[in-house]
Design a protein around this ligand. Structure first.
Ligand code: ATR
Length: 282
């Protein structure tokens, strides 16, 4: 689509950035809604991240997404961040305000919750304990979202126990940090299992976990979306557990940024899913 000199401009900053699906996703919505706007990939060296973020309003940007490894720097650089971003220690969506200041939020937890709403609308945080594998930035976002939704017990299992303890310290007593050796047993009476580790991603070995203790009705989700059906999701589906793949979280986490920058609440449709899946070759 052709854009005018008045186009709203946003983008995504990362290092690397070539694998990001965000330009494709936002580009789909811009075309779909006939918006005079552009969403561009920005390859930004970590040394330059803070100065590039600060320059955005000066260049007339409406805002930007930030991805790995800039999410923590983004939090430290914005003038104001919402409570959610401060709680999890990272920002993935920045809005340039009319006065030239920068406001940041994290939409990863929102994306996760929306993916559950769409695919498992009957799930309720009170259904039972949640088990979260991994203790990186995505894990913090998922744990915070589960707590916000009303979870009373989040069992956080990580290979490096002290990282899980750090998340528990930051998010409160609902989160219980467990050593990696407890991951099979942690599944007893769980209502939902979320993988936020990089295990199972193309190029990495599958997650080593036995689902034997997991109740058959427990939902299994994976934030990894390359491949869409990770070995964990395949194993869960094979024993009859409902599964939600990581693509849905990716699609929904993009919605708040698009609405801020381009003034339209975008909708995740089957056509969009197909279009983004094409880029994944699945
Ligand atoms: P992000 O911020 O995207 O969530 P991250 O901070 O790199 O990513 O975290 C990746 C997660 O995958 C971590 O929890 C990591 O465990 P450690 O904290 O012990 O590093 C987990 N992970 C990576 N490789 C793993 C492996 N071989 N087995 C189990 N967990 C692994």
């Amino acid at each position: 689509m052709t854009i005018s000199a008045r186009a709203h401009v946003a983008g995504v900053m990362g290092w690397p950035i070539g694998h990001s699906l965000s330009p494709r996703l936002h580009g789909f919505w811009l075309r779909e809604y006939g918006i005079d706007g552009a969403y561009i990939p920005m390859l930004v060296n970590p040394d330059d991240a803070a100065s590039v973020i600060r320059a955005l309003p000066k260049m007339g940007f409406a805002g930007t997404n930030v991805t790995i490894p800039h999410k923590e720097v983004a939090l430290a650089t914005v003038d104001e961040a919402d409570e959610r971003a401060r709680a999890i220690g990272s920002v993935n969506t920045i809005v340039c305000r009319p006065d030239g200041s920068l406001w940041g939020t994290s939409t990863d937890g929102f994306g996760f919750m929306e993916s559950l709403k769409v695919h498992q609308p009957d799930w309720n945080a009170f259904d039972g304990p949640a088990v979260v594998l991994g203790a990186g930035g995505s894990s913090r976002a998922v744990c915070a979202a589960l707590i916000e939704a009303g979870s009373r017990e989040v069992r956080l299992v990580n290979r490096t126990t002290h990282r899980a303890e750090a998340v528990a310290d930051a998010l409160g007593s609902v989160v219980c940090a467990l050593p990696w050796s407890d991951r099979d047993r942690a599944l007893l009476d769980a209502a939902i299992l979320v993988n936020t580790t990089s295990q199972g991603m193309i190029g990495n070995p599958p997650l080593e976990i036995s689902l034997d203790h997991l109740p058959p009705e427990a939902i299994v989700t994976d934030i990894v979306y390359t491949p869409l059906m990770t070995p964990l999701l395949k194993a869960a589906a094979a024993r009859g557990n409902p599964v939600v793949d990581g693509l849905e979280m990716l699609l929904h986490q993009a919605r708040p940024g698009f609405a801020h920058w381009f003034g339209k609440e975008p909708v995740v449709t089957e056509e969009l899913r197909r279009y983004v899946r094409q880029a994944l070759g699945s």
